[in-house]
Design a protein around this ligand. Structure first.
Ligand SMILES: Cc1ncc(COP(=O)(O)O)c(C=O)c1O
Length: 367
């Protein structure tokens, strides 16, 4: 196939079981926003549930609609801000919603009344992330009380999000936790049925005190390392591999160039393989002469500029690689492996962006 992202659902299942083992009694909410971090949301959601997740979370109403339609029986939280028309979509999908302002809570109540079903609300506290959520603990408690008093609302949760859980050196994580914990305890004392949640994947591995009633895990569900290291060190298995094939092999004389701008020239007589995928598929241009590709279980340098639809690989002089050979840009082949974390380092980014960036042009094939 030209380009394919193979998704190992067994790995997703196993990663969730690994997270569950870390969490003990606390529940696991699998975060499947952004099409499951580029892995495919619906199939990954099902695999996560099979691995022990009991909740799902998305960022947008459109995502809630997709996931909620397929998995109507599973508690689902839309974590992001919702414009009025998106709120309707999320509620119709059966999603629970995030609230941190009175005006929006009133809108949720009105729309829930129109839908004929109370809306379940998770009140968000901004303990230091500086994005969504109220910074005022009193406002958070007042919103939860307002939910409890309204026939159109149910207080479902109190939550926050960490800014530096993945930075072991940062003391800000403990600061956020210390702000959130007493507020969560006060809320829980008044409303014992609410779900307290704060931890992302990094926090789950970092600090048991952050687990509360539930953790919202994304990156680790897909076998990506929350700390940008080797996922295997935390017992995680990457679920995604990105594969293509050698469409052509041609001889290059020393000095001949490959690709736009002639940014690479053969230093010696050699053979160049052409793979029919490029930045149109999410192979970022920053990988131009800055990546390796696995072919026949061996590593070869990607050379020249990444085009929209092609990349070129230096196969060396007198190569035995033939057109049709499988090429792996992320994943393993033979005894070799290329991690999303490796590409992220080369690009100066994080593994999240590497897998989310694999474009819709690449079919996801489930295994
Ligand atoms: C609010 C919120 N909770 C949880 C997560 C999951 O985080 P991670 O993928 O690091 O586990 C995210 C993802 O960015 C998020 O935005």
């Amino acid at each position: 196939m030209r380009a394919v992202a193979r998704i190992d659902l067994g790995a997703v299942r196993q990663n969730c079981a690994r997270l569950k083992a870390e969490l003990g009694e606390a529940e696991l909410c699998a975060v499947v926003k952004a099409d499951g971090y580029g892995h495919g949301d619906e199939a990954c959601a099902e695999a996560a549930l099979a691995g022990g997740a009991t909740w799902l979370a998305v960022a947008t109403a459109a995502e809630a609609e997709r996931v909620g339609r397929r998995l109507a029986h599973v508690p689902l939280l839309t974590m992001g801000a919702l414009a009025p028309e998106e709120l309707d979509t999320a509620l119709e999908a059966g999603s629970e919603v995030a609230v941190w302002r009175r005006g929006f809570l009133d809108l949720v109540a009105a729309r829930a009344r129109a839908h004929g079903r109370p809306a379940r609300v998770h009140v968000k506290y901004d303990s230091g992330m500086g994005r969504l959520g109220s910074r005022d603990p009193k406002e958070v408690l007042d919103l939860l009380r307002a939910c409890a008093e309204s026939a159109d609302l149910e207080p479902a949760g109190i939550w926050t999000h960490f800014a530096t859980a993945d930075e072991p050196e940062s003391s800000f994580f403990a600061e956020q936790l210390d702000r959130f914990a007493p507020l969560a305890a006060a809320a829980k004392a008044e409303l014992p049925a609410i779900v307290v949640h704060a931890a992302n994947s990094a926090a789950v591995f970092r600090e048991r005190r952050s687990h509360f009633d539930m953790a919202r895990c994304g990156v680790a569900v897909y076998g990506l390392d929350p700390f940008q290291g080797d996922p295997a060190e935390r017992g995680l298995r990457p679920a995604l591999s990105l594969r293509s094939y050698v469409a052509d092999v041609k001889s290059f004389d020393a000095g001949a160039s490959a690709g736009y701008g002639q940014t690479w020239r053969a230093e010696r007589d050699t053979c160049v393989g052409v793979l029919p995928l490029g930045y149109g598929d999410g192979v970022r241009r920053g990988l131009s002469s800055n990546a390796e590709v696995l072919i026949d279980g061996r590593r070869f340098p990607l050379v020249g500029t990444v085009s929209m639809d092609n990349v070129t690989v230096d196969l060396g002089p007198g190569t035995d690689i033939e057109p049709g050979a499988e090429a792996v840009l992320i994943g393993s082949q033979g005894g070799e492996a290329i991690l999303a974390e490796d590409l992220a380092k080369r690009l100066g980014t994080i593994n999240y962006e590497v897998t989310c960036g694999i474009s819709a042009r690449v079919p996801r094939v489930l295994a």
